[in-house]
Design a protein around this ligand. Sequence first.
Ligand code: COA
Length: 260
Amino acid sequence: MPFENLAFDVHDRVATVRVNRPDKLNALNDETIAELDQAMALVERREDVAGALITGAGTRAFVAGADIAELSRQGPTDGQARARAGQAVFSRIESCPKPVIAAVNGFALGGGCELAMACHIRIAADTAKLGQPELKLGITPGYGGTQRLVRLVGKGRALQLLLTCEVIDAAEAHRIGLVNKVVPAADLLGDAERMLRQIIAFGPLAVGLCIEAVNRGDDLPLDAGLELEASYFGLLSATADMHEGMQAFLEKRAARFTGR
Ligand code: COA
């Protein structure tokens, strides 16, 4: 499928989705948001894809935010619709049953930070800069920033970042738990791909239900989350992959998961 604002390629079961508007620091205009949705549909649907990396084109930016030129023309109704459309795409990323890793290669501001937070894991180049500077523009974050940032780093740190509009470096983002890992910029994609390949070597049913249990559990009281966990644990006990994983351990060999 041809994309205008993304590069999408698949290599040996790994899809790389690269936001590709480097002259605008990969800012997310409405078209790019719609294309991200289409790209995630491909990741979900294609049997030759087991997981995805999301990154930005060029060396300066992952994504420097929603496209401010577009935002500047919005009124209340289309502003709300734009937020809902972006939120739906980012929720699709978050609930993708295949692992999605953000390789944060530069500025991840506003919608860029929100895009990274919607991914399951974030690896940042040591040159990356992250923040939610929306208040400077007279708006709040609209693509999940006020919700996912709190869940990732806690209310106090989230409010500090949101209210001060401070842009932090990768080391600080790592210290507060906003990114999982910081690596030299030159190693970013290789490192992110290695981690993704480590995950996709496991059974896809267990990976998918693990992601779902964590996501759904986030919004549940502990008892309900534990109940959900027990049901997925039971469900996976009906799979050939569970049998294979345990047999492989007992026979001291590598497991060969088939997704059944
Ligand atoms: N929306 C639209 N265009 C953007 C953009 C955004 N979020 N971020 C950067 N751009 C564009 C700039 O307008 C400029 O385009 P131009 O060359 O046609 O004028 C180009 O990308 C390069 O950006 P520039 O600002 O010249 O680079 P810089 O190195 O001086 O500054 C940033 C880099 C990231 C600090 C700065 O671009 C910035 O603050 N961007 C907005 C960040 C933001 O507020 N994001 C949240 C949006 S909700």
